[in-house]
Design a protein around this ligand. Structure first.
Ligand code: AKB
Length: 321
């Protein structure tokens, strides 16, 4: 019987992926974990443990005592926060992955999932339809850690047969948890401002086009990759993955018909330099070929669904308080 541990479960991806994992494996088979004890409230439907992914012995004890067979290692410091604390972000993003690769080897885990990012690509990488094997010279602390992490994943698979699988996520947009510390976070915050009837201040320029994905597609891709037969996985560093690309102006114009009074200002900050080093669109034929990847959402479909569902989610959260 599979026993699944999710680290960083209270983050944007973890909040929605953990729920889906309980639907696949059952509520008894999934343990959500996070460094923040108050995150327990997010997981009334499964077990929750407080877990610091930097604490190797605690991780080891949890994997051993709970007979964990799969780990979804989602705990991370994202790009913007990492630029503020580059060395801490390296330790969190890098040491935690090495801990789990070593524990996957020691306990012969069935599978390990680790999210990489478009941040592995740098300013010199071709920006349009960036291919899987394009040059990768990241200039951010986050990008450097993600690139190194990809190499370590490929190494542990090559050397020790660890079944580690990874996706290079574009900016992820969900409404069930607030993002934290990312450069693409504006694309979530803008919906909250529109619904609150407030103007939005974009920290990226109006034409900063970036690869993006709606959370249900990110969950779909993660489950499809992790459930694919081993012999279908040809990429053991991390798979390019795409759904849509847009700029702050395009997103704003997509929301405007729903809120004709909604206004936006553009005040780029340090995150603009991060975004300028990233691709505008991603080529993902390897994921489509190997495990039949195909996204379900484009920009209008995502906007429609978020504006329909986010008010209910906010109300639900307020009634919880
Ligand atoms: C970030 O903005 O840091 C993340 C990412 C694209 O990896 N959302």
């Amino acid at each position: 019987m599979e026993k699944v541990l999710v680290t960083g479960a209270a983050g944007q991806l973890g909040t929605e992926l953990t729920q889906q994992l309980t639907e696949v494996y059952g509520t008894e088979a999934v343990i959500a974990s996070d460094i923040h004890p108050e995150a327990k409230a997010t997981f009334p439907y499964c077990r929750f443990v407080v877990l610091d992914v930097m604490d190797r012995e605690r991780l080891r004890k949890c994997i051993k005592e709970e007979n964990i067979t799969q780990v979804y290692h989602l705990a991370a410091v994202l790009s913007a926060a990492a630029e503020k604390k580059p060395l801490l972000s390296w330790r969190v993003n890098m040491d935690s992955l090495l801990h789990l690769l070593e524990l996957a080897r020691e306990f012969k885990l069935n599978k390990l999932f680790w999210p990489s990012s478009i941040a592995v690509f740098g300013p010199d990488t071709p920006k349009i339809q960036t291919p899987q094997d394009a040059a990768k010279e990241p200039v951010t602390a986050y990008g450097i850690a993600k690139l190194a992490g990809e190499r370590w994943c490929a190494y542990y698979h090559q050397q020790y047969g660890v079944d580690v699988r990874s996706l290079r996520f574009p900016g992820l947009i969900g409404y069930k948890a607030l993002p934290g510390g990312g450069t693409t976070d504006y694309a979530v915050a803008i919906f909250h401002q529109a619904l609150a009837g407030k103007s939005f201040r974009s920290f990226l320029k109006k034409d900063s086009r970036l690869p993006m994905m709606y959370m249900p597609d990110a969950i779909k891709a993660t489950l499809a990759l992790m459930q694919a037969p081993k012999d279908r996985i040809s990429i053991r560093s991390s798979y390019n993955l795409a759904a849509m690309s847009f700029s702050p102006e395009e997103l704003y114009q997509g929301i405007l018909p729903y809120f004709p009074e909604f206004s936006i200002t553009y005040e780029p900050d340090y995150r603009q330099a991060i975004a300028d080093g990233w691709p505008q669109s991603i080529a993902d034929q390897e994921a489509r070929r190997d495990w039949d990847w195909a996204p379900d959402y484009d920009l209008p479909a995502m906007i429609r669904e978020i504006l329909q569902e986010l008010p209910k989610w906010i109300q639900h959260k307020q009634s919880d308080l």
